[in-house]
Design a protein around this ligand. Structure first.
Ligand SMILES: Cc1cc2nc3c(=O)[nH]c(=O)nc-3n(C[C@H](O)[C@H](O)[C@H](O)COP(=O)(O)OP(=O)(O)OC[C@H]3O[C@@H](n4cnc5c(N)ncnc54)[C@H](O)[C@@H]3O)c2cc1C
Length: 460
């Protein structure tokens, strides 16, 4: 029996182990499917014990391991390397406990975000993290510290992780964090693992914080004559102190792509840009917030539209569907490089103006939209009909300019997608060597042989 074939002896049901060359292509990549790696085996793990056994085996034989949630990342962070074992968590998808007195949920990492949100909302609870891709897994969300639409009010995934069960590279199982709301007992290991892109440990159980479900949620669409007007309205809104849940900006030309993709329509199609907002909370608070918003934007906006479903084009679910499909809508037209640069909120308008200028100078289409309320600018840099060689050369030249401008603005390469394999070179170029060295020293103390997601993210 070859070494890798011994895996079948560690997994209860051998049909849950697939060996190369029978591994389906999608498991060798990410959501975009362009960067491909190679793996020797794919294991659909079903318990912590199985994960621990596979890791003990991989550690002993120095075989790299690639944990995989739903594979929706956009940066190649699930691309396996050098004959990896892929650990797929789709079968570890059980909701284990809802503790309604402590407002917590314990789930396995393969639980799908949208299913979990629905489940807790039916019980009167709310799980706020809300990235655009609702079919991502909770384990993937934690490993990328996923952000999303509601981060303006509620924060990101990290703020809802109270504890984790982890399996270290050598197979050791440990629990970090717990149901306590405060913890100053030594280093917070769970916070080091959140956002580490599967490089430090494998997550096998997640203890999540829930909050009470808001009484009401109301979305509003505001149209503007220019994107600049829309972005300049954001600080006005934030200063009103009405605590919006989401503040998204979208240019009209981008909305059009989403409309064509889904065959749905936004109102006021003559506008150049929109802000899409949500307020949630008590009904009276929301009415007050909407009134303040209308008063504050009456000079700078075209229309303030309450998405209450009173007309077909004012259906909130459809308007959000278009916002949610934008990456896929652009991708349907042309290959593109999705970026998620984050800049301090006061610099968003200048940064988007820079992008528009670069688009004109370079002749490369750049589509921007994103989380205006927290400075996270999503950019799709579009390939069009460029040959491989020209695309690679021009894309790189433009990425260098975009990331340099982000740095100049006090921003970062990634606000929520992570580095994966796609952005690591830019990260190394922009990050002080002592920071990179410290990150790698931490990696070494978790994973002495360097088997977990090597060549990914910050790992040298
Ligand atoms: C249309 C679209 C919109 C998106 N919008 C957003 C957005 O608004 N905000 C946002 O933050 N992201 C967004 N994303 C990116 C993506 O959905 C997130 O990064 C998501 O958190 C990935 O979850 P996943 O389950 O798909 O993880 P995967 O893609 O499978 O894995 C992501 C990383 O997590 C690691 N990992 C997965 N499971 C485990 C585990 N159990 N233990 C240890 N490591 C693990 C993997 O090794 C990998 O490094 C979007 C993606 C798409 C396609």
């Amino acid at each position: 029996m070859s070494v890798i074939n011994q895996l079948t002896t560690l997994i209860q049901d051998s049909s849950r182990v697939v060996f190369a060359p029978d591994i389906e292509e999608k498991y060798l990549s990410d959501q975009l499917g362009r960067k491909k790696g190679n793996a020797s085996a794919l294991v659909f793990v079903n318990s912590t014990e199985e994960v621990s056994a596979v890791l003990r085996f991989a550690y002993k034989n120095r075989i790299p391991v690639t944990p995989r949630g739903a594979g929706t990342n956009l940066v190649g962070s699930t691309v396996p390397h050098d004959g990896s074992i892929i650990l797929d968590f789709s079968k570890m998808n059980r909701i284990l406990e809802i503790d309604s007195e402590n407002f917590t949920a314990t789930v396995e990492p393969g639980v799908i975000l949208e299913d979990f949100q629905q489940y807790v909302e039916n019980l009167g609870f709310f799980y706020p993290p809300d990235p655009g891709e609702k079919r991502a897994s909770i384990g993937g969300n934690i490993s990328t510290n996923a952000g999303g639409m509601r981060a303006v009010k509620y924060g990101v995934t990290r703020n809802y992780v109270m504890g984790l069960e982890l399996v270290l590279a050598d197979g050791t199982v440990l629990t970090v964090g717990g149901k306590n709301r405060k913890d100053t007992t030594g280093l917070d290991i769970k916070d080091i693992v959140v956002g580490s892109e599967g490089t430090l440990a494998v997550i096998t159980k997640c203890l999540l914080r829930l909050i009470g479900k808001p009484e009401k949620s109301q979305s509003i669409l505001v149209s503007f004559n220019s994107l600049q007007d829309g972005i300049e309205a954001v600080p006005i809104i934030l200063r009103q102190n009405t605590n919006p849940t989401a503040v998204e900006f979208i240019e009209r030309k981008v909305v059009k792509l989403g409309e064509d993709f889904l065959n749905l329509k936004y109102p006021d199609p003559e506008a150049a840009a929109y802000l899409l907002l949500t307020f949630d909370g008590a009904a009276a608070e929301i009415d007050g917030a909407i009134q303040k918003l209308s008063d504050g934007l009456k000079d700078s906006s075209r229309r303030v539209m309450i998405l209450d479903g009173s007309k077909p084009e004012l259906d909130a679910a459809n308007i959000w569907k278009i916002r949610g499909c934008l990456v896929k809508a652009v991708e349907a037209v042309s290959e593109q490089e999705p970026l998620d640069i984050v800049v301090p909120i006061a610099r968003v308008a200048d940064f988007v103006a820079f992008v528009n200028k670069l688009e004109k100078q370079s002749g490369m289409r750049m589509i921007s939209f994103g989380h205006a309320g927290d400075g996270n600018v999503h950019l799709c840099v579009v390939r069009g009909d460029r040959s491989n060689e020209v695309w690679e050369k021009e894309l790189n030249a433009n990425l260098e300019k975009l990331y340099a401008e982000a740095k100049e603005s006090g921003g970062l390469i990634s606000g929520e997608h992570g580095l994966g394999v796609s952005k690591r070179d830019f990260f190394f170029a922009q990050t002080p060597a002592q920071n990179v060295d410290l990150m790698n020293a931490i990696k070494k103390s978790f994973d002495t042989k360097g088997i977990l997601n090597p060549k990914t993210s910050y790992v040298k």
